[in-house]
Design a protein. Sequence first.
Length: 357
Amino acid sequence: MNKKVKNVMALQAELDHRAAIEKLAEKMIIEGKFEKAKELLYTLDDDKVRNLMEECPDEEITETYFYQDELNREHSVDKLVTEYLIDEKFDEAISLLKSMEDEKVIKALAVSKFDDREIITFTSNGMTKKSLLKDFVVQRYSKPIMFIKLKDNDEVVDVLMDPYNEVFIATKKGYGLWYDRSEIPLIGLKTAGVKAINLKDDNVASACVFDGAFEYVTVITHKGLAKRIKLSEFEKTTRAKRGLLLLREVKSNPQEILKTYVSDAKKMIVLVSDNDTKEIKLTEIPIMDRYSTGSTITKKKLDNVYEVSHLTKDDVTNKKEVTKSVTKEEAKEKKEVSLKEIDDKFMTIDDFLDNFS
């Protein structure tokens, strides 16, 4: 195996170990076992992590930011809690942990500098906005800060920092919408954002920002079904529309979309189910049309899906931004009928049976 790959895997394993120790220490603090938590955190080998990072020349990490599902951005909790325990500031440690009791971490981004790069946020109720990375810098990191204003019963679904120009957003009930990044406004941290997609008794399941050169939309459902759809089967439109069907609804056996990707076909993804993981290549997922239900990739119900990625040095300026430009005349020649019209007229088998009876 490539030495660089081994180093990255070793670094990731050590980071996972630290996360497990920190989680146990948090539990001890909540139970009032401050000294035991302090002793446990002292077992973490900072030199080991530092050496592993030095062996991975592409790794350049100075700060880690965690994005929570409600409305906060949290500075590296393990660092703060450890500092509080060492200084015997037990009340501050408890206060920090309690502030996160009703939330869960949904995304972590490693950054080396705070600049004009954009953070794009998507929520379950279909809101979105762009914020500048440099706006996340604060003087004190003693508590989480708000990075989006949410309405009742809403939560953050995804936070993205990719530089690409194409946006694809998918709903649980199987609708997908493709539009340009410029449709999303750049606004402050404490604002609510704008409508990303028009929802009808539905919620956003997944969102991604992608390179226009990618050819397939990968769709994965919570029942372990998956497929790849040619991006050309979708129409690029504008924000706040309902979108097009990603998969056919079967009322007798309903399923929800868990995750969608528009990425490099060489990418690996990890399926998470009952604490078990399965790694597969995107190319292993069959190519189908929008109306098919998908092919089984696992017999287990999925809890989560994520892409395999490695920590790399920020190199945004060198990444190509590929966009597609099609004139109105060309689009008219290629499509005599709107795909939206086809979806509106599309009848599922269950609908047919209901009408027949």
